[in-house]
Design a protein around this ligand. Structure first.
Ligand code: SF4
Length: 387
């Protein structure tokens, strides 16, 4: 494989353990994992060595992200071991953003202070809601009081860069409940807020309930009201709405997630983790096997655990550029698109951007093409037009 030399490569480390599966979750995570956590970390370090050995030179790592699953189930020593491995095998600079997803049901102030001392400098806390009835309805393991306590513990442990994740459009949720969530979240003054609408993923218990007709979700007009309220409320509170579902205080955008939206290179380690490497000979994406026993089998026998390797055609790379870039509210710069692909947006998709502008979904602002307020609500329709 020929890699682009002297590249920056972000790192994602997947921790697939959870205390209990939430009723809406289709992430690759297990409450009854058949591999012990310590052994899993050994496997991760081995995978990192294998990948690092493939690179022509140690890559510079601007961001490292522990996602899951529930990374905060890992003892401090295991997180430290993984950060050390990344620093040894790649060039993890002192200024790197190192984020860990923390579930309120799994942290104490001491544990969080340990993560901070190990080098984690940003926490993403899965609060999801501050309505206890809703937390219970979606099967979260924590209460709202525990979620608030986790945020306070993180501050006390020395974190000055906190993100809070919220979910809206939950079964039985009203606009007033969502407004209360937003208010109480803003009161905690996190530097970053992610607010996603619930998606009923096939195979999850909530999806099963919906199939049987036993789930009462907010009507479409309520869902739209929640989306509009989210942006209005958080912007009023001083947050920049910078991505469809993400808000940040000035200078506090998630650097790691921007790598995804801007199609930077990243290596994903662990069961089910995904990677993208930008190469002169065609960008390549792959996903690791999801099964933990299979992941162990592959790594233990010296094989790489990737399953679905795809070399992107120029057309696929261009489509990704558009539908990922348009997620950012600043939009895509069509001059940069032309520089990168040697073709204009208008020549690759004749009439498409103009049509979406006429429909009021996109706004062309000089060289920038971005979602309108209406386009934010109908973003999937916009993205589909570039596929
Ligand atoms: S904590 Fe996160 S990863 Fe684990 S089951 Fe719940 S939603 Fe899924």
């Amino acid at each position: 494989m020929v890699y682009v030399i002297s590249m920056q490569v972000s790192i994602y480390i997947h921790i697939p353990f959870c205390l209990k599966k939430c009723l809406y979750c289709d992430f690759n995570s297990f409450a009854d994992a058949k591999v012990e956590r310590e052994e899993y970390v050994d496997l991760l370090v081995r995978e990192m060595k294998q990948r690092a050995g493939e690179l022509p030179e140690p890559a510079e790592v601007p961001t490292l992200y522990f996602g899951g699953g529930t990374p905060s189930l890992l003892p401090v020593g295991e997180v430290a071991r993984l950060i050390d491995a990344a620093a040894r095998l790649f060039r993890l600079g002192a200024g790197a953003e190192i984020t860990l997803e923390a579930n309120p049901g799994t942290v104490t102030r001491e544990k969080l202070a340990g993560y901070r001392a190990a080098g984690v400098n940003r926490l993403s806390i899965g609060v999801q809601s501050v309505q206890d009835s809703l937390l219970e309805r979606i099967g979260r393991v924590h209460t709202s009081a525990e979620a608030v306590a986790a945020v306070e513990a993180a501050r006390a442990a020395g974190f000055d860069n906190l993100g809070i994740d919220l979910i809206h459009t939950l079964p039985g949720e009203t606009v007033a409940m969502w407004e209360d969530d937003l208010r109480r979240c803003v009161d905690l003054a996190p530097e970053h807020i992610s607010a996603y609408a619930l998606i009923l993923e096939e195979g999850t218990p909530l999806h099963g309930e919906a199939e049987k007709g036993g789930l009462v979700l907010p009507e479409e007009d309520v869902a739209v009201a929640m989306l509009e309220l989210t942006s209005d409320f958080l912007v009023d509170a001083g947050y920049e709405h910078y991505e469809i579902s993400n808000f940040a205080q000035p200078g506090r955008r998630s650097r790691h997630n921007q790598v995804y939206w801007k199609r930077g290179s990243y290596l994903g380690f662990g069961a089910g983790a995904h990677s993208l490497l930008r190469r002169e000979t065609g960008d390549v994406r792959w996903g690791n096997v999801e099964s933990l026993p299979e992941y162990r089998r592959r790594i233990s026998t010296g094989r790489l655990p990737d399953d679905e390797r795809q070399i992107l055609s120029p057309r696929e790379a261009m489509a990704e550029y558009m539908f990922l870039g348009l997620r950012l509210l600043e939009g895509v710069d069509m001059r940069e698109f032309s520089r990168e692909f040697g073709a204009t947006v208008a020549s690759v998709w004749p009439g498409v951007a103009d049509g979406l502008c006429r429909d009021g979904l996109l706004i062309e602002d000089g060289p920038l093409l971005r979602l309108s307020r209406r386009g934010l609500l109908l973003a999937n329709r916009v993205f589909a037009a570039f596929l």
